[in-house]
Design a protein around this ligand. Structure first.
Ligand code: UD1
Length: 418
């Protein structure tokens, strides 16, 4: 199991090229099963979740080959509609496979999904929506069995704009009989990316990025070559790291539009930010001020996937901050680890009260989930002295070449195998 050793207290300077979005690439992999033609996903990040998704497709009988940064998927020989519990437990995103397998085979069997340990993460919205499309669902021994000859278009209203449920409905609806209208859809940039990818295959999906998505079912889909949107969460992680450590970085690949709320909050902290096309430049000098209040919300609100990182930043700012986590009930598990570094945080349910301290000190901490782990790395980079961040398996799920990119900015960080 790998760990990071970080000698903190250095400012960060330089440029970072952002990877393709993990949360876009994973549903695109699932969508590739919708066709028996070849699909190429360009500039795919080398992260554990992508390798796990590739393994899921291979178990179904698809060929997946990594060529440089591109991934070529050929599902022409895919024959299985069953996803084993070993892989679904590792990767919650495998739940999208329900929609694509139903579109392709009219059947899907999948073990209850896993993923980050950040709360209950139910899938009732997914299953209720699939039922609306005519899918019969039963559950036995930890497995979900779905069946229908062919999904049929329907009107669906989501009680909450779930990202995964929206994607699943799109994947189940593209080849359905007739028209599907989804109200209350999630509006994340990754949803827009899925729409563009599907339409590149010949689908008729409209409205992604708004509350209402309309899908006109088509009888077949072809291949496509597609470059996914860049990872706004990776970009945000580097911006927050620079804000906390001080210095000046330019992030390349992400438009300010996709990170609007974060940029607003970083300006509130006192960072200077300039944006142009797909570049964001941030400079941070002197002591920053706490954000008074940050609440995580569906896009375009503050992303829950940056909550841990912005909390880490607030621990060393002047004043106090209230961080409210509205999406996942146990997403403050990294807090005791930050406290080991000297952070003053009190968690009460979904609220974290942060009182800014003058600085953090190095400590040995454990990364228990992906974004919480990134927050610990950021905190360690800004802390005085040596820190060890143990168990990099979660961080490796979502960040490719994380330490290399940080080192190129001047950070002292090395990976050690133990
Ligand atoms: C996706 C992202 C994840 C991000 C999250 C919220 C991927 C691979 N993952 O996860 O990184 O943190 O969006 O932006 O894209 N919910 C239900 N029932 C359901 C589905 C969801 O109650 O059937 C609840 C969840 O428990 C949670 C909230 O809805 O409280 C948000 O979940 P959702 O938007 O579905 O997130 P994911 O798609 O799992």
């Amino acid at each position: 199991m790998d760990k990071y050793i970080i000698d903190g207290g250095r400012r960060l300077f330089g440029n970072v090229k952002v990877q393709s979005a993990k949360n876009s690439v994973l549903p695109l992999f699932a969508a590739s099963v919708l066709t028996d033609k070849q699909v190429t996903i360009r500039e795919t990040p080398a992260i554990a979740d992508v390798f796990c998704m590739a393994q899921i497709l291979r178990e179904l009988g698809a060929e997946v080959s990594f060529r440089g940064g591109d991934v070529v998927i050929d599902s022409s020989d895919a024959h299985s509609h069953i996803i084993s519990s070993v892989l679904t437990k590792e990767l919650r995103s495998s739940v999208f496979m329900l929609g694509s397998l139903l579109s392709r085979f009219g059947r899907a069997v999948i073990a209850y999904p896993g993923g980050c340990d950040i709360g209950l993460r139910p899938i009732d919205l997914h299953l209720n929506a699939l039922k609306r499309l005519g899918v019969k669902i039963s559950e036995r021994d930890g497995y979900i069995y779905c069946e229908c000859e062919k999904p049929t278009g329907a009107e669906i209203v989501l009680d909450f704009p779930s990202v995964g449920a929206t994607e699943n409905i799109m994947l189940a609806g593209v080849k359905a009989e007739g028209r599907t209208v989804l109200q209350g859809a999630a509006k994340e940039p990754e949803i827009v990316d899925l729409q563009n990818f599907l339409n590149g295959m010949g689908a008729k999906v409209f409205g992604a990025g708004t509350d209402v998505i309309e899908i006109e079912g088509v009888s077949s889909l072809g291949g496509t070559i597609y470059t996914p949107v860049k990872d706004r969460i990776e970009a945000g992680t580097f911006l927050i790291a620079c804000a906390l450590c001080g210095g000046e970085v330019e992030i390349e690949g992400v438009t300010a539009e996709n990170l609007g709320m974060l940029l607003h909050k970083l300006r509130e902290n006192g960072c200077k930010i300039h944006t142009k096309n797909d570049k964001i430049r941030l400079s941070s000098y002197g002591r920053l001020k706490c954000n008074r209040r940050i609440e995580t919300m569906p896009f375009p609100g503050f992303p829950t996937d940056l909550q841990a990182q912005i909390t880490a930043l607030n621990t060393v700012c002047e004043g106090g901050a209230l961080i409210v986590e509205n999406l996942f009930e146990t997403r403050f598990k990294y807090v005791p680890e930050l406290q080991r570094m000297g952070a003053d945080i009190e968690v009460r349910g979904r609220n974290a009260f942060v009182r800014g301290v003058n600085g953090l000190h190095g400590a040995t901490v454990t990364a228990g989930d992906l974004r919480g782990g990134a927050a610990l790395v950021i905190a360690a980079l800004g802390a005085e002295g040596i820190s060890e961040v143990l168990d990099l398996s979660h961080i490796d799920r979502g960040y490719s070449a994380f330490e290399d990119k940080l080192r190129s900015l001047g950070a002292e960080i090395k990976r050690v195998r133990i």
